[in-house]
Design a binder for this molecule. Structure first.
Ligand code: FAD
Length: 511
């Protein structure tokens, strides 16, 4: 099947029978039509339809290497830097559509599977069948244009102990037995964003397993359809309250539900397993296969789109009520501009300095991407703060659609006008700012940006431990040696003769 349409996506969702709990209800059929999900599903469908817009066809799709039919560029295995740029252009179209608010668009995890398939030999070191399985799986999702979620984290019961150290040995999802058809999984994983509305779920290693026999049952990587018997999604409350797009411009379109995933003795066929056991390999899976690099490439594109949205939003807001002339306001807008330029620069640097990885595909340079993924979780919290500080009471003086277009209309037009906008347009703009920074949807976005890629504290630790700081340490050592040598030569308290010129206003020693 070539790149699918929105209708294909909705029909596939509605045709499958899955087990989804939400708001005290068990949804098993026609999940795409459920009131908590249907608006989000329509947004995802619109993304698939973009693949078929005549003017976007070249950007979004390419001929399948096996069938020649056009498939999504998110599956393209990059061999050149131009391929990476091509991937970025496609991902930007999707990210712009949701103003960067959707995190599980298919390009995120399909990029990971693409990289893993290219690194099939890495999986094969555990078992040649695993290498073959990941290769076939990549081809399968590419040719069927599937949407994936993933779940990596064990339930948050006792973080001082690993999965094997919990009171209940079946709390964290684990292998309970091997059958002649596959492995059987029992237990839970913490979170899968969009889980109930995807075709397949990747259940991949939680990192930092101990290479001990106790952690063996928690060591695996597989992917299964979301309607596999025994698989259950327990959703959080929906932030799409079924209200109008005027009242909740983001929440009514882009609330990607998050769900706990329960495995009630789920049979995972061997052909869907990419690793069983081998905790030490599980820990290295993302880095050794370059999956993290390609996921981060996608995330950076999404973050750029989101930052551009925030910049546009804040600029309209400051213009609307004419606060841009104040210096502290300019300083805050400047922060967003600088963030946009830094992200664009990091992304570009990663592509320009790309090199073939050990599996022979063109991989963006990791260090700029890693810097970006460590920085954005923090900077996004600042964006939210800026919107609140600049919007002030305007973020609360916000009647809803019923009043704006009903009995309150005359008052809205008169008292909620802004210098640059009429009352209705001003409410429309400020509701968007509120939904970005204040609503349940907005708060979830901030939490998402902080945590979804991992705990920033531990990511920072990983960055410090992996970054090659030796050249900079050597440079400082050389400088210290030079200083020591100068002190030896000229005596303590004396600067070299030309130092005054170098430092300009610095007084000469003894002055
Ligand atoms: C909105 C949202 C969507 C998400 N979607 C997905 C998804 O689709 N798929 C998925 O797999 N995951 C998803 N996640 C989970 C995400 O990967 C985790 O939130 C992240 O890895 C942190 O883990 P945790 O939430 O279990 O926090 P915890 O590990 O429980 O941490 C809680 C606090 O304790 C501290 N802490 C705990 N252990 C340590 C330690 N060893 N060292 C130092 N500090 C520690 C942390 O710094 C943090 O402050 C999502 C998260 C959010 C918030």
């Amino acid at each position: 099947m070539p790149a699918r349409t929105g209708r294909d996506y909705i029909e596939a969702l509605n045709a499958s029978r899955r087990d989804v709990l939400i708001h005290g209800e068990r949804v098993t059929a026609r999940v795409a039509d459920h009131p908590a999900f249907r608006n989000l599903v329509r947004s995802y469908a619109a993304l698939y339809d973009l693949q078929h817009e005549p003017e976007l066809r070249e950007v979004m799709t390419y001929p399948s290497p096996t069938t020649g039919e056009r498939v999504g560029v998110q599956f393209l295995t990059p061999r050149t830097r131009e391929d990476l740029e091509r991937r970025r252009a496609m991902m930007k179209v999707w990210a712009d559509y949701s103003c960067g608010m959707l995190g599980r668009t298919a390009d995120y995890l399909n990029s990971a599977i693409m990289a893993m398939a290219a690194a099939a030999d890495w999986f094969a070191q555990a078992d040649p069948a695993f290498g073959e399985n990941i290769r076939k799986y990549y081809e399968y999702i590419r040719e069927n244009d599937l949407l994936l979620t993933h779940t990596l984290i064990h339930p948050q019961a006792n973080r001082a102990a690993g999965p094997a150290g919990q009171k209940d040995p079946y709390l964290a999802a684990r292998i309970v037995k091997h059958t002649d058809r596959g492995i059987v999984i029992r237990g839970a994983r913490m979170l899968a964003t969009l889980g109930p509305l995807t075709d397949e779920i990747m259940v991949f290693p939680s990192t930092l397993l101990k290479a001990t026999p106790e952690d063996e049952p928690y060591s695996y990587a597989f992917a299964i359809p979301c309607d596999t018997p025994g698989l259950r999604f327990i959703c959080r409350e929906s932030f799409d309250y079924g209200r109008s797009g005027f009242d909740h411009p983001l929440g009514s379109r882009f609330d990607e539900i998050d769900a706990i995933v329960v495995f009630d003795d789920v049979l995972v066929p061997y052909e869907r397993c990419f690793m069983i056991g081998h905790p030490e390999l599980c820990n290295a899976l993302y880095s050794e296969t370059s999956a993290t690099v390609f996921m981060t490439h996608q995330v950076m594109v999404k973050n750029l789109a989101k930052t551009e949205f925030i910049l546009g939003l804040v600029s309209l807001l400051t213009d609307a009520i004419q606060i841009e002339r104040f210096q502290h306001v300019q300083e805050k807008v400047a922060e967003i501009i600088i963030a946009r330029e830094i992200l664009a620069g990091l992304l570009r640097a990663a592509e320009v300095d790309a090199r073939p990885n050990r599996w022979g595909i063109m991989a963006p340079k990791w260090e700029p991407l890693n810097a970006g993924r460590n920085w954005f979780p923090r900077v996004y919290q600042r964006f939210v703060e800026i919107i609140r500080q600049l919007g002030a009471s305007g973020l609360m003086a916000l009647p809803t659609e019923g009043d704006v277009f009903g009995p309150g209309r005359a008052d809205v037009e008169r008292y909620l006008q802004a210098a640059a906008l009429d009352g209705i347009e001003r409410v429309r703009l400020f509701r968007l700012a509120w939904d970005t920074a204040m609503s349940a949807f907005g708060s979830r976005q901030a939490l998402y940006e902080y945590f979804f890629f991992g705990d920033p504290v531990r990511m920072a630790g990983a960055l410090v431990n992996s970054y090659d700081r030796q050249p900079y340490m050597d440079h400082v050592r050389q400088f210290l040696a030079r200083c020591a040598e100068e002190v030896d030569r000229m005596g303590a308290g004396t600067l070299p003769a030309d130092a005054g010129a170098e430092v300009g206003t610095r007084p000469a020693a003894g002055a």
